[in-house]
Ligand binder design. Structure first.
Ligand SMILES: [Fe+2]
Length: 185
């Protein structure tokens, strides 16, 4: 399905950003400074690319389409995934607070950043595995070609309206830049 393939491609980009975050957190643990200029872009990636765009496509279009096809919300995968999206939001706002405290000179905030990054990275990695191995195969089996086309068009519209033209490409450019800096050492 085109729609689930698009979400899988986004998972790949998200996993790369999680690796970058992990690398920055490890540097901080070794006493290196927090790269303020990169943290702004990363926080925007977490809030806009991951939450507004990617989770938006799942919550507003994919999950309702699956519910309409008979997949239960409570007691099924959708309920669990929604709870995990909320937990991700909570951790991102905690991380924002820690980064802001760290900028204001609070040395203890470095520990908070590392702990929150670890919790967020672990949460999202297992969440992505669940979607890739359980939810998307379920969607591929339950949704027909017409539903797939409707979903794909809904995804494109959400991206246009919510994050604007060209922004998706800008996020990928940021990802390439950060991977070059943090993952090729
Ligand atoms: Fe996802």
């Amino acid at each position: 399905m085109k729609a689930t393939q698009e979400l899988k491609n986004e998972h790949h980009g998200i996993e790369q950003m999680l690796q970058v975050l992990d690398a920055i957190s490890a540097k901080l643990g070794r006493g290196e400074p927090l790269p303020a200029e990169h943290m702004d872009g990363i926080m925007e990636f977490l809030t806009v690319f991951i939450d507004k765009c990617h989770h938006g496509k799942e919550e507003e279009f994919l999950f309702p389409a699956l519910e309409a096809a008979g997949v239960l919300r409570e007691g099924g995968p959708i309920g669990v995934l929604l709870v995990e999206h909320d937990e991700g939001r909570r951790l991102v706002s905690k991380l924002k607070q820690c980064v802001s405290d760290h900028r204001s000179g609070d040395q203890q905030a470095a520990v908070g950043i590392q702990e929150t990054v670890t919790a967020y990275v672990n949460l999202l990695r297992q969440h992505i595995t669940k979607e890739d191995t359980v939810l998307f195969p379920m969607a591929d089996a339950k949704l027909d070609a017409v539903s797939d086309t409707v979903l794909f068009e809904d995804f494109e519209r959400l991206e246009r309206e919510r994050i604007g033209a060209g922004r998706h490409e800008a996020f990928h450019a940021l990802l390439d830049q950060l991977q070059g800096i943090y993952l090729d050492e």
